[in-house]
Design a protein around this ligand. Structure first.
Ligand SMILES: Cc1cc2nc3c(=O)[nH]c(=O)nc-3n(C[C@H](O)[C@H](O)[C@H](O)COP(=O)(O)OP(=O)(O)OC[C@H]3O[C@@H](n4cnc5c(N)ncnc54)[C@H](O)[C@@H]3O)c2cc1C
Length: 504
């Protein structure tokens, strides 16, 4: 039976919507099935980190965010630190999650994604050559068949349960209670450690105060529903000594330090992204940012797979790259949970960490990890410092001679082959001609900084990461083009082999 669509995405949370937009940008058909009838209005994660902001810029999405407040300060396990690193968008950007979701939904739909709300996936069959789901919706139940399916259905993923995917890790041991409250006027607290617990209070410009509290030594309650506001009031009173009972809660929830990660992000034709692939304590916005970056790593690869039938290697690189990044982020979140929720016994460790964090290399390492700016994928052999790293924003001259930036050029969702010598553009264009529908060849300037020595040309993937650099020499350019962009649309022309750059 023919597939109804090329890719089924289960879940229209931020990750599913980002993925749907990325797939459309890559030219793939996509149907998104979402059980909620309307998007969530909960603020949930409120932080976008520098790398996510750079990615949003590379998709033309920043304008839609307006001018969100920028906060250079962040924390590691509640120990304050400066998060800024060289970037066009350094630091943290404060955007409520519902706003991010609204923006991504508008973008994905404008690009042609078919987002079906009130569709709940109940069953799944992997036929080997396609995947089929049964979904309940207001009109009854329907089957939808796709060449691939991506589960973006959150922390309690239905698809994970249906496929029996292994999800090893630690269950919740400790928890924080949280409430957004109006009608109270209490002092602000940034991860304040008191005798009996940890307290956070921050009032936003609309007059809503977010409080979070953890009582030292308290273990997490098994919960099937969110806590009552009265419980928050009681714990706040015991830990802080203030009375919140006159306030009106507009959102109450709890979250714990559970930490799980799928053993495999891909099983045949089913892939996982976002909270469906990893569960972590939602701290400092890392959960949301990690998931959005999963989607940006996967979207273009899956689009190339369904449109050009590349080898399985490209799709498998999604697991190889993002599982490793997720593992590292989950480890830093666990370390932060210990520092944050531990009682007096962690004080010596906190004191030591605070001192170490005054050293710039330690601060920069932690800031790189939290901001996502230090992600470097294993793209192949070679020691060039740009290989696998994100390409910094560069001045680029288009074929028409107009000035642009490499970030702006990524908005097409195509790969970029950038010539920094000014002499190789024609030769590179000839080599990359069989991939001309997927890769743009342009001459570029490094801007104010100095390029790493010997950087004659780089191949940049649609997610902004460098896949090949000329001076690396280890991998021929045509092999890199084939590996990252699928088979050529026709055989490369043999007659006009250019002298430079070398193919390996
Ligand atoms: C209450 C709450 C508070 C949070 N607070 C913070 C925070 O303060 N800081 C932070 O960093 N992170 C926070 N997070 C985590 C952050 O919101 C997530 O990391 C982020 O939403 C992950 O996005 P996602 O798209 O992977 O999953 P989700 O946002 O969970 O989206 C999954 C979607 O899949 C849909 N779905 C599920 N099952 C099915 C099905 N069978 N069929 C169809 N659709 C289905 C759901 O309705 C949902 O819309 C919070 C999460 C929650 C739930």
């Amino acid at each position: 039976m023919a597939a109804d669509t090329q890719v089924i995405v289960v879940g229209a949370g931020p990750v599913g919507l980002m993925l749907a937009g990325e797939l459309r940008l890559g030219g793939a058909q996509v149907v998104v099935l979402e059980r909620r009838s309307t998007p969530t209005t909960e603020s949930r994660a409120s932080t976008l980190h520098a790398r996510t902001m750079e990615i949003f810029d590379s998709r033309g999405l920043l304008l839609g965010l307006g001018e969100p407040p920028n906060e250079p300060r962040g924390h590691f396990g509640g120990i304050p630190m400066d998060l800024t690193l060289p970037s066009t968008r350094p630091g943290q950007w404060k955007v409520p999650q519902f706003r991010t979701e609204q923006l991504l939904q508008e973008w994905a739909v404008a690009l042609g994604a078919d987002v079906r709300r009130s569709w709940e996936v109940l069953e799944l069959t992997d036929h080997g050559d396609s995947v089929e789901v049964t979904a309940a919706h207001p009109g009854g139940t329907s089957r939808v068949r796709g060449a691939y399916l991506v589960a973006c259905d959150g922390e309690d993923s239905t698809v994970r349960a249906l496929t029996g995917a292994e999800f090893p890790g630690q269950p919740t041991g400790r928890e924080l209670l949280r409430a957004d409250v109006v009608g109270i006027d209490i002092p602000g607290r940034r991860f304040e450690r008191l005798e009996h617990g940890l307290a956070v209070a921050a009032r936003n410009p609309e007059g809503v105060t977010r409080v979070m509290v953890h009582e030292f030594g308290g273990t997490a309650q098994p919960r099937t529903t969110e806590p009552e506001f009265g419980e928050v009031v009681d714990v706040w009173k015991r830990v802080v000594g203030e009375d919140l009972s006159s306030g009106k809660p507009i959102w109450v929830n709890s979250f714990g330090d559970a930490n799980h990660q799928l053993s495999a992000y891909r099983t045949g034709r089913v892939l996982f992204a976002g909270d469906a692939a990893h569960q972590q304590m939602p701290i400092g916005g890392q959960a949301l940012n990690l998931g959005l970056q999963d989607a940006v790593n996967l979207g273009w690869k899956l689009a190339i797979q369904v449109r050009h039938g590349s080898a399985d290697d490209l799709l498998d690189s999604y697991h190889d790259e993002r599982h490793a990044v997720g593992e590292r982020v989950l480890a830093n979140i666990r370390a932060q949970a210990l520092l944050l929720l531990g009682g007096p016994e962690v004080e010596p460790l906190r004191t030591l960490m605070a001192e170490l964090m005054t050293a710039e290399p330690t601060r920069a390492t932690l800031a790189g990890m939290i901001s996502g700016l230090d992600v470097r994928y294993p793209v192949g052999e070679g020691a060039h410092p740009l290989l696998g790293a994100r390409l910094p924003d560069l001045a680029v001259t288009t074929p028409e001679g107009s000035a642009s930036s490499s970030t702006a050029l990524l908005r097409t969702g195509r790969g970029l082959l950038l010539d920094f010598t000014g002499d190789w553009t024609a030769s590179l264009r000839l080599i990359a001609e069989p991939w001309a529908d997927r890769v743009s060849v342009l001459s570029a300037e490094w801007g104010s900084g100095t390029p790493p020595e010997g950087t004659g040309a780089v191949l940049v993937r649609p997610d902004g990461h460098t896949a090949w650099a000329e001076s690396a020499q280890a991998v021929p350019l045509t092999s890199a083009l084939r590996r990252w962009f699928g088979p050529p649309r026709h055989r490369p022309e043999q007659r006009h082999r250019p002298e430079q750059p070398s193919e390996g």
